[in-house]
Write a protein that binds this ligand. Structure first.
Ligand SMILES: Nc1ncnc2c1ncn2[C@@H]1O[C@H](COP(=O)(O)OP(=O)(O)OP(=O)(O)O)[C@@H](O)[C@H]1O
Ligand SMILES: O=C(CO)[C@H](O)[C@H](O)COP(=O)(O)O
Length: 302
């Protein structure tokens, strides 16, 4: 943990809604006058799309499991090094994984490169003089025997819909925005399942705060669902780790009075209507982030 150069990580499975939550954080940063450097977890994949397909075919022919959720398909030792370096000096390098032609065009224009969808941009230095590093991706809370990414994270947030909802969100997004067939997406979910259990879910016991969306409509068969349940068709369960709650003096009675329709289901767990998720994030997280950044600025100027 570094209080001079704080790191915030939003971690969740593919389709969980981490990109959506990232936008909520970006609004907080703009409003609070905070300059972040943003690191996308997908840029720590080890292989580009063509290489990954070759690796998956090879693993499959050997009867092995291989997916983006696992450690072998990613350079998580480098992610750990980035977090350590940023925490110590506020510096480091980043790159982007290009999911589609639109992202490729945007970064090619910016960098004068000719990268294609499914490839990485070249590594580039992080912008100097940032207030915080903001990571969004699959492995912000990862700990294995060899790698410990979580140790450097000052605020670790889990985004975890109930699993049927997560699958509906993934199938819908990958079909509409990434052009994959529903059958191909279900194959990906199945192939990733062992790594999901071994590497993704354990992270949610290390998070400081989890946001878990639960739907109030029938999602019993997520594989035939046509629409993503809307905000009004859901609640969000917000679980705050006890030590973290004490460190930042999180005041549940205040939150209950501010968020209409909210209630406590346990002494560390607040439930809010789905439509209030953005607002809840804002009033819970803004003061914590403000405090972290203020402490960091004081340390830097001391
Ligand atoms: N709170 C929400 N309410 C309604 N829809 C949501 C919510 N969160 C996410 N979604 C929808 O679920 C889909 C997946 O969300 P998102 O793209 O944020 O996932 P992700 O975790 O960033 O996935 P990846 O890591 O694969 O990019 C999107 O279509 C998004 O609009
Ligand atoms: O979802 C992901 C991780 O969250 C991967 O970024 C995604 O699967 C990349 O693979 P492809 O570009 O082949 O779709």
């Amino acid at each position: 943990m570094s209080s001079k150069h704080p790191i915030i990580a939003v971690t969740g499975s593919s389709g969980a809604g981490t990109s959506t939550v990232k936008r909520a954080f970006e609004h907080i940063f703009i409003r609070e006058g905070i300059t972040p450097v943003v690191v996308e977890g997908d840029s720590y994949h080890r292989y580009n799309r063509v290489e990954m397909r070759q690796m998956m075919a090879q693993a499959s022919s050997e009867g092995k499991n291989f997916s983006h959720f696992g450690v072998e398909a990613n350079i998580l030792d480098k992610l750990e090094i980035l977090f350590k370096e940023y925490g110590e000096t506020g510096t480091g390098q980043k790159r982007y994984y290009l999911h589609n032609g639109e992202e490729a065009e945007h970064h090619n224009e910016r960098l004068g490169t000719d990268c294609k969808s499914g490839e990485f941009t070249p590594w580039e230095p992080l912008d100097a003089n940032s207030d915080i590093l903001f990571y969004e991706g699959l492995h912000g809370g990862l700990v294995t025997k060899e790698i410990d990414v979580a140790q450097y994270v000052d605020l670790l947030v889990g985004v975890v819909p109930i699993v049927n909802l997560e699958w509906i969100q993934k199938i819908s997004r990958d079909n509409a925005e990434r052009g994959y067939s529903p059958e191909a997406i279900v194959d990906t979910i199945l192939r990733r399942m062992p790594d999901y259990v071994n590497y993704i879910t354990p992270q949610f016991s290390r998070t400081h705060i989890n946001f878990q969306r639960v739907s109030t409509v029938d999602t019993s068969n997520p594989f035939i669902a046509r629409d993503i349940p809307t905000a009004d068709e859901s609640f969000v369960i917000i679980h705050i780790n006890r030590c973290f709650r004490d460190r930042f003096h999180i005041d549940f009675p205040y939150l209950l009075s501010m968020i209409s329709g909210s209630f406590m289901s346990r002494h560390t767990t607040l439930v809010v209507p789905g439509g209030k998720m953005g607002f809840a994030m804002e009033i819970i997280l803004s003061p914590l982030i403000e405090q972290m950044v203020e402490e960091a600025r004081n340390l830097k100027s001391a």
